[in-house]
Design a protein around this ligand. Sequence first.
Ligand SMILES: Cc1cc2nc3c(=O)[nH]c(=O)nc-3n(C[C@H](O)[C@H](O)[C@H](O)COP(=O)(O)OP(=O)(O)OC[C@H]3O[C@@H](n4cnc5c(N)ncnc54)[C@H](O)[C@@H]3O)c2cc1C
Length: 457
Amino acid sequence: MPHHHAIVLGASIAGLTAAAALHDICDRVTVFDRDTLPDGPGHRRGVPQSEHAHGLLARGRAVIEELFPGIVTELAAAGAVPLDIQRDFLWVFGDRAVPRVESGLAGLSLSRPLLESALRRRVAALPGVTIIDGHEATGLSFDGTRVTGATVRPVAGGAGQEVGADLVVDATGRGNRGPAWLAELGFERPREERIDSGTVYVSRDYRRVPGEQDFAGILSSPGGAARPYGGVVIGVDGDRWMVTLLGVGADQAPPTDPDGYRDFAAKFPDPRFHRLLCDAEPLGDPMRLRLPASVRRRYERLTRLPERFVSVGDAVCSFNPAYAQGMTVAVAQARELGLVARDGLDGLPRRYYARAARIIDVPWDMSAGGDLAYPHVEGPRTRRTEFLNAYVARVQAASGHDAVVGRRFLEVTNLMRPPQSLMAPPILARVLRGSRQRVSQKTITSTTSTVKAMTHQ
Ligand SMILES: Cc1cc2nc3c(=O)[nH]c(=O)nc-3n(C[C@H](O)[C@H](O)[C@H](O)COP(=O)(O)OP(=O)(O)OC[C@H]3O[C@@H](n4cnc5c(N)ncnc54)[C@H](O)[C@@H]3O)c2cc1C
């Protein structure tokens, strides 16, 4: 193994998985975080979103298990709930829940602090890896070509010190200063794409009595301008239901008073959501969060990049949480970084950002495109976005009647299959029939051609 030292800034989902992906390429990996990290599962200041329900997509579970073999079993022993995504979870995209059949799509329902603490424990045990908390990164060192380290400063007080490295990874999340650091070194900032759906989240925990419900969670998906509200319930460790209600736009914000909170769910199409909030014992008060815009930073389009410095996770792209993609895309990028680094550290940023962009493209199109279904959301609307949103609305309607369409939609939203697979002729035929149109073979053939043209297949 070459004698490389990598520094990872940020010890959350992206930083910890990046450290794991790099540890057998670099003989030393040092991870810094400005928070004081708890010994076990615990909320902390640097990750305020951990009090809100965090769904882990099937793709995210698979990548985490690949990087940390056996971790799903460990998490299950600590109270996480392994599940078959279609059979055990109620997905309400249109007016009815997707039929519940075995799908083979493996999910894991758990709290964000439990996931983070398990990753932290596993990473800290890796040879050559050190996690140092209470230290804030404040800038980069640069020799004119390469980033040669970072400056970190003890949060408790004291001078910043320069730490030398062969590779610096910025995993400091959505508020990161990567673009400003690049500008300080004389490089252009990456172009940013922003979509602000104005979504407001309000979350509350409830006691979960194992076995009392025959489902592990419910998603009541918001449905465009006609239904700009929704919510998610997930059964997690500590015998809790974590509930997050959301409204798209400030005038749709879920109430924070307990009665208003419970009754917000009465307007959801599937009554089981509201019933659960009526029957389960609340643990604590509802907590509100209004997020800034979703932001994608186009590092892959920069013509000049310093060597030996890359960003991962929310630092590159932070999504609208309603689509539950952030952690999965973060760990997929971290895995890719490890794969790319195997071919050497020279020229790494360009190779890595090209591949990270391919990981981000689909989920970004899905979430940014989906947000544009709301008339108040500003952003570039093309005929393609409008066509795709109209088609997805039909897929969602059909998925309430047809388990095969439901499964395909879940595979796509769980990032296990590309979105084009929703347009395969057998699925397209079922979607058109499922949305109760009379369809002939001719209609299917001509719609297939339109779909191919619109999606550049
Ligand atoms: C309300 C809400 C709900 C969400 N729900 C889901 C969901 O259901 N599913 C899903 O997959 N994703 C969800 N997400 C997104 C998910 O939380 C993020 O995608 C994920 O946390 C990204 O991980 P990260 O490691 O890139 O950044 P973060 O988790 O934000 O971590 C950044 C880390 O960097 C540290 N840090 C920051 N600045 C510095 C510095 N200068 N020096 C040192 N350390 C620093 C912080 O302390 C923190 O530990 C949700 C987000 C929100 C807000």
